[in-house]
Design a protein. Sequence first.
Length: 175
Amino acid sequence: MTIEINGEAYQLLEFQHVKPGKGGAFVRTRLKAVRTGNILERTFRAGERFELAHVVRQAMQFLYRTGQAMHFMNMESFDELQIPEETVGEAAKFLKEGIEMAVVSYEGEILGVEPPLTVELRVEETALGVRGDTATGSGKPATLETGAIVQVPFFIESGDVIKVDTRTGKYVERA
């Protein structure tokens, strides 16, 4: 949920409704400023009302990257959109051509992208697993086709296709 407080949009991360023995109930919240990404902890009286912020999510397809810019295509109008890589954030290292996702904007300003929860990527390079080296259970680093480096289990080899969680950047399973 995204709400507007004093003309600024905040995404509700978590909340807790508290009803003390004396006095009125209140709600403790953790909010994230949509534009800046700052985290704010704030307490509100129960029953306090806010306007919902009109955040727009458009279905887009990632086309290609040029330098520090990433190019997306609107799936409905076929218009091309250029977004700086820093706006895309950590998800940029898991995007390959043709992936569909949502581009999030608020009042015409692009805030970021919401990639799929998992993406399938090919392992370009990884060290050979040493037989019997499974006691630590930590895995080994692997370089993916997008250039991202993730920890994978020892049985993964170069050329394998794996699923990676785009939120955490961790290996999920072999595809």
